[in-house]
Ligand binder design. Structure first.
Ligand SMILES: NC(=O)c1ccc[n+]([C@@H]2O[C@H](COP(=O)([O-])OP(=O)(O)OC[C@H]3O[C@@H](n4cnc5c(N)ncnc54)[C@H](OP(=O)(O)O)[C@@H]3O)[C@@H](O)[C@H]2O)c1
Length: 331
């Protein structure tokens, strides 16, 4: 039986998610929440759905069993809290919560609702090419360091240059380059190498105090991971993980498209597979399995939750290091 899916946030990413969810055969969109009736109707029509809500309580009592939340980061907390309180599974976009205080409150609530599963939609770490990276890293004799790059000119940057403050470049929405793009390579680093023992962030601030780009350094016992990301320029650098003489080169750390291993003799071995047409398929399948088989998947689920919480803590530590405060930190 397919999960009855509700969605919050009607931007393009939600369409891509619903398409992936339907393609998996394990979800059926049954309810749409939007702040505006007409925006909700427009979204719902794309998927032939009638149930549109502008009131969150009515949405959560409409019979859905899982919600996908793709609203601005700062509003995730209240929307997730309400979902868990209604015993609805949650798939929340990254970055899931503004800070560790919010995360701790969510974990406490989950404790009182043990049947509910909470997933952060870090799609790239579920993709087949990321599993290939993990397997290769496990076999590399020595890790000397890594550099991950994710820097893309955002369509919203035009708006910023025009004098406005788009959500995604605003501290008010717990956003900026770190929580919007940096979160992908940081997720990748922590999934591959664990929690860093120290972290530093050299941020380039925008006029509103949010970070437009920056360089983060995650320090491990005997190597560092340098992470470069930004929303106001385009980088064409690849990402790489350094062995001793060998190197793993990753075409795009967020899309995980090309993975090439250069062995000790610098011979190139193409490891990556052709990615699936929709990059969210792998995660929706994984999450459905964890909701359907909670006992069999409890360890894997706890690992995912711990990873998500560690990423949240590292994002916070990095912001502290750079002196970036979100209004959500002061509540
Ligand atoms: N996984 C990925 O590849 C990916 C890609 C892009 C974004 N994301 C994540 O998805 C989330 C949304 O990002 P986005 O760029 O789509 O954000 P956005 O455009 O600022 O907002 C997304 C949706 O949230 C609702 N919304 C807008 N402003 C709001 C406000 N002030 N209060 C409450 N709801 C509001 C709107 O839907 P209604 O008008 O219908 O209410 C809007 O369509 C973020 O967490 C982001 O990091 C993930």
């Amino acid at each position: 039986m397919a999960y009855k899916l509700g969605i919050i946030g009607t931007n393009w990413i939600t369409k891509q998610f619903v398409q992936a969810a339907h393609e998996s055969g394990q979800y059926a969109l049954t309810a749409v929440y939007s702040r505006h009736e007409d925006t909700g109707q427009q979204f719902a029509q794309t998927f032939n759905v009638d149930a549109v809500y502008t009131d969150l309580e009515s949405f959560y009592t409409s019979g859905i069993n899982v919600v996908y939340i793709a609203s601005p980061n700062s509003v995730h907390f209240e929307q997730v809290k309400a979902a868990i309180s209604h015993d609805i599974h949650v798939i929340v976009e990254k970055s899931a919560f503004s800070n560790p205080t919010e995360y701790a409150a969510i974990l406490e609530l989950l404790h009182d609702h043990p049947a509910v599963r909470l997933f952060e939609a870090a799609r790239h770490i579920q993709q087949a090419n990321f599993k290939i990276i993990e397997q290769k890293v496990a076999k590399m004799e020595k890790i000397s360091g890594a550099t991950f790059v994710y820097e893309k000119y955002s369509s919203r940057f035009d708006d910023y240059l025009a004098g406005n403050e788009p959500n995604v470049l605003s501290r008010r929405f717990s956003a900026g380059a770190l929580t919007d793009l940096g979160v992908y390579p940081i997720y990748a680093a922590i999934k591959l190498f664990g929690a860093p023992k120290q972290s530093h962030y050299f941020a380039t601030p925008l006029r509103n105090g949010a970070d437009g780009r920056g360089i983060a350094i995650l320090r491990y016992n005997d190597f560092d991971v340098t992470i470069e990301f930004g929303k106001g320029s385009n980088s064409h650098l690849t990402s790489e993980i350094l062995g001793r003489r060998d190197t793993l080169v990753i075409g795009d750390i967020a899309e995980v498209l090309n993975v090439t291993y250069y062995d000790d003799g610098s011979t190139a071995h193409q490891l990556s597979q052709e990615p699936l047409s929709n990059p969210m398929i792998a995660e929706v399948v994984k999450f459905a399995d964890m909701m359907t088989n909670p006992n069999e998947t409890v360890e894997a689920y706890q690992e995912l939750l711990t990873l998500s919480r560690t990423v949240n803590q590292v994002l916070f530590d990095l912001r502290q290091d750079a002196g970036i405060v979100f209004p959500a930190d002061e509540q």
